[in-house]
Design a protein around this ligand. Structure first.
Ligand SMILES: NC(=O)c1ccc[n+]([C@@H]2O[C@H](COP(=O)([O-])OP(=O)(O)OC[C@H]3O[C@@H](n4cnc5c(N)ncnc54)[C@H](O)[C@@H]3O)[C@@H](O)[C@H]2O)c1
Length: 448
């Protein structure tokens, strides 16, 4: 991951980015991604012709990567005015942010922002008074709801600074989308309390997203991030994965492919059984803590690795997180137990414990694959972001018809994206015969 953290951030009314002169580098990165995202290409061309988003204001809170740029460019081609802020303080690719500014997008994102700047940028993105929100992790959507419900929260001060004189009217917002598991969980909680104020399409939950992006995208890029930042040999290492869900199972498979001995820690008996029957060792977190060389969390939960585990870990153990927030490894416990904390390489911090052991934390406990590598490969984001683009189109088209609930991506959209991807890969599949179609929709036919 290239860092431009030394440069001063440029703030104008229209954008806050690290260095606008990086735009041409960014355009080259975006072109690389677009070549590997053929389904997005098809959607973008249609959007250019049909302008389904004409006049719509969209605020997006996403990892500002070259793949996100292809989504944003498609939305702009469809006629939308887009403001974009980062969904993580450390994941922005500064050259991509600069390139999008040159394309007329209001970008408020730079790598290495503080927490208050992060929320100021959310405020800036909201200052366009969006009609559609596009989110990854729900910080943008939850901010809108806190403002609308008058909930007091310390980060809202920074949001208000970012918004300046603009005031948000939630009535303007017709709908939103959510990209990741953690975001969907937060929004379902809002819905359960009867406080969700507009429809949200849970892009994360559709099969064409979660069967590919979560395991394959995160699996590969997490291993990539560990190797880029440490250069360590994974073969022969004891590699502990916390959480054998969609993300964790992908990481486990990739780590096994690299020759590691993979150990799974789970709290759900079904997932734990799946891991055991897939050939992994499954054990308690305390047992795993004693023997692991590398630990990766992927649970969406809090304090999964904490003091009681750190106390048991071997000298030299490496810790990383692939879940959405930097809460899975307890940074508070690590810091409290360490005598000295030093950054020994980009994205690698050494925690020297009082008893002399050294533990290594990658990417400050934030999404390791986006901070210490480039996030998901373009090929897989082609699926996730095609679903995003089509979900935004659906919200624009059917805004008056949808209930204020967390909604699934319609199955026909899911299948259409998968079909386009297969076409782009030159793969033809069968169709059911008339007889087969009847057979699978008929209850009277059985043993004959
Ligand atoms: N890094 C990325 O690029 C990326 C991509 C997609 C999703 N995510 C994030 O990764 C996280 C996991 O997503 P997912 O789709 O795999 O969710 P999931 O619900 O499919 O899996 C989570 C698993 O963690 C387990 N778990 C929960 N608490 C645990 C604990 N204390 N110890 C051990 N296991 C525990 C659950 O039982 C479940 O099996 C979420 O925060 C999600 O937003 C990250």
């Amino acid at each position: 991951m290239k860092s431009h953290a030394g440069c001063r951030v440029v703030r104008t009314g229209r954008y806050w980015v690290r260095d606008i002169r990086l735009a041409s580098d960014g355009m080259r990165r975006i072109a690389w991604a677009e070549q590997r995202m053929p389904v997005m290409g098809v959607i973008r061309k249609r959007f250019e012709r049909e302008k389904p988003l004409k006049g719509f204001r969209i605020a997006a809170c996403l990892h500002v990567t070259k793949e996100t740029a292809t989504l944003v460019r498609a939305l702009v081609s469809g006629g939308a005015e887009v403001s974009l802020c980062a969904s993580n303080p450390l994941s922005t690719q500064d050259e991509v942010a600069a390139a999008l500014v040159e394309e007329g997008v209001a970008v408020y994102a730079y790598r290495g922002m503080s927490e208050s700047e992060y929320y100021e940028c959310i405020g800036r993105a909201l200052s366009v008074r969006p009609e559609i929100t596009v989110d990854d992790g729900a910080d943008l959507t939850v901010t809108v709801h806190k403002l609308a419900h008058g909930v007091q929260s310390p980060e809202l001060e920074s949001v208000q600074v970012g918004m300046g004189d603009e005031r948000l009217d939630v009535e303007d917002i017709k709908g939103g989308t959510e990209e990741t598991t953690t975001g969907v969980i937060r929004l379902r909680a809002l819905e359960r309390e009867g406080k969700l104020l507009y429809p949200i399409i849970a892009v994360n939950d559709s099969p064409t997203k979660s069967l590919f992006d979560n395991p394959l995208g995160t699996g590969q890029s997490t291993i990539d991030a560990i190797m880029r930042s440490t250069g360590m040999l994974l073969a022969g290492k004891r590699f502990v994965v916390f959480g054998y869900g969609r993300v964790g199972s992908g990481i486990a498979a990739r780590a096994r492919g690299m020759g590691a001995e993979v150990i799974v820690v789970e709290v759900d008996p079904v997932r734990a059984l799946m891991a055991a029957m897939s050939g992994y060792r499954v054990m308690s977190s305390r047992d795993a803590a004693k023997i692991g060389d590398v630990f990766v969390t992927a649970t969406g939960n809090i304090n999964v690795i904490r003091r009681e585990h750190v106390e048991l870990m071997k000298d030299g153990a490496v810790l990383a997180n692939a879940g959405h927030y930097d809460v899975e490894v307890s940074l508070k416990d690590l810091r409290a137990m360490a005598e000295v904390v030093e950054e020994i390489a980009p994205n690698v911090e050494r925690f020297r414990m009082r008893d002399g052991r050294c533990l290594y934390l990658l990417a400050k406990g934030r999404l390791v694959n986006l901070v210490a590598a480039e996030g998901h490969p373009s090929e897989v984001m082609d699926l996730s972001f095609s679903l995003q683009a089509l979900s935004v189109e659906l919200l624009a088209r059917e805004r008056e018809l949808l209930p204020s609930r967390v909604l699934d991506v319609p199955p026909e959209v899911d299948r259409a994206v998968a079909k386009l991807k297969l076409d782009s890969m030159g793969i033809t599949i069968d169709e059911m015969t008339e007889e087969q179609l009847r057979y699978v929709t008929e209850w009277k036919l059985g043993t004959s």
